[in-house]
Ligand binder design. Structure first.
Ligand code: GMT
Length: 376
């Protein structure tokens, strides 16, 4: 029973949850498990052909009777088909809606004892969970899972509060792979973005309102009055045009660069002296962990799970949501003190290795799988 057959479903082209699901699948495959991704497209971090990893594409038939092509039903059917074909032991789905609900449907179709593990990533609870039209469905997906995990204590608390959930929820923090995330030597590249005496501040996100990118610009405007510095904005999303306009209005266009979407995140983050993450909501903040593993501290808001990741005064600083003045003050304090910068950098490397390593978290997930299968 040691070698498991695991079906993973996630949003393959979206943000942190897709990254975590894909990286976890790759690590499980490395450990000898057979991993089957069941998604609508190849997960963007999957990379090249790898032993023990399989991909099953969900196709939606667009029959004329359907006003909207029923993706969720197609996914549930595909999950059941794959489970039957290869003899899956369990589904591990990331996001309660629709994935946990699809897993429940697939289980009904199979009529067997396949297990379902659901990982909650945040917006399924903090945004969708607030929607009265979705609440009961999300609750069903969670309650019908054999195990439920969440990526922070705060998310567990929110899930209980928003959805009135009483069942056990395991805490499984996000993780980084040290073979990928480590301080890269970017000396040559850095010269393209800043003068040697200038500091580089960075923000990476999907530019959704919840990320408060406008606060990033306000923080940077204040910092750049005190210190020679540059701002690099990485990613794309709905707020981008508004942010571009704001930067022009504030006369900051000479100091800010937009890098668009980037794949080699470790390389990009290594350019930075400081990451800014002033989000309104953030169940974990994977990008701050990726920065930490590259030796880059973060100044973040006190939202959601960010305080569980960033240790105030050690690996970064925290301030209330929207308090850009305090965030700027901390940025100036840190970036104008070389000794403090060195201490923060060392603390970041240590914490990412000790508390959020791939081995620790992958083992936790494995233990959960064996537990639901009755092997431990
Ligand atoms: O950051 C986002 O908005 C994307 C979202 C996603 O769907 O991937 O991220 C969520 O899951 C990540 C992985 O667990 C967490 O690190 C992010 O904090 C969480 N985002 C929010 O809670 C807003």
């Amino acid at each position: 029973m040691d070698r498991l057959k695991i079906g993973i479903t996630c949003y393959p082209s979206l943000g942190g949850s897709g990254v975590v699901a894909t990286e976890l699948g790759k690590l499980l495959a490395e450990k000898g498990h057979e991993v089957h991704f069941i998604t609508h497209s190849i997960p963007f971090r999957l990379g090249t052909f790898q032993k023990n990893i399989f991909y099953h594409e969900v196709e939606v038939n667009d029959y004329y009777v359907f006003r909207y092509p029923p993706y969720d039903l197609a996914l549930a059917t595909k999950m059941a088909q794959v489970a039957k074909m290869v003899g899956l032991d369990l589904f591990h789905v990331h996001y309660a809606v629709p994935h946990a609900v699809c897993a429940y449907l697939a289980k009904q179709m199979l009529g067997n004892d396949i297990k379902v593990v659901t990982t909650l990533h945040g917006t399924d609870i903090t945004v969708l969970g607030q929607d009265e039209s979705l609440k009961d469905l999300i609750r069903l997906g969670i309650n019908e899972s054999d195990a439920v995990t969440a990526v922070s204590q705060d998310l567990i608390k929110e899930t209980r509060k928003v959805l009135d959930i009483t069942r056990e929820i395991d805490l499984t923090y996000n993780f980084v792979d040290k073979r990928v995330y480590y301080p890269r030597d970017v000396t040559d590249l850095r010269g393209d973005f800043a003068e040697p005496h200038e500091k580089i501040l960075m923000h990476i996100s999907n530019f959704r309102p919840v990320k408060r990118v406008s606060d990033v610009v306000d923080i940077f405007a204040k910092v750049s009055q005190e210190l020679p510095s540059r701002l690099l904005l990485v990613g794309e999303g709905p707020e981008l045009p508004k942010i571009q306009a704001k930067i022009c209005e504030m006369g900051l266009e000479g100091k800010v660069r937009f890098l668009g979407k980037q794949d080699e995140i470790a390389q990009v983050i290594s350019l930075a002296d400081l990451l800014l993450l002033p989000s309104e909501k953030e169940s974990f903040g994977l990008v701050a962990l990726e920065a930490m593993a590259c030796g880059v501290p973060t100044i973040g808001s006190e939202a959601g799970g960010i305080p569980e990741l960033i240790q105030h005064g050690k690996t970064g600083f925290l301030a209330p949501i929207g308090d850009t003045a305090t965030m700027a003050k901390y940025a100036v304090k840190l970036l104008s003190d070389p000794l403090m910068e060195e201490q923060f950098r060392a603390a970041c490397l240590k914490r990412s290795c000790n508390d959020f390593s791939r081995d620790v978290i992958t083992n936790q997930y494995e233990d959960i799988y064996y537990r639901v299968l009755g092997c431990k």
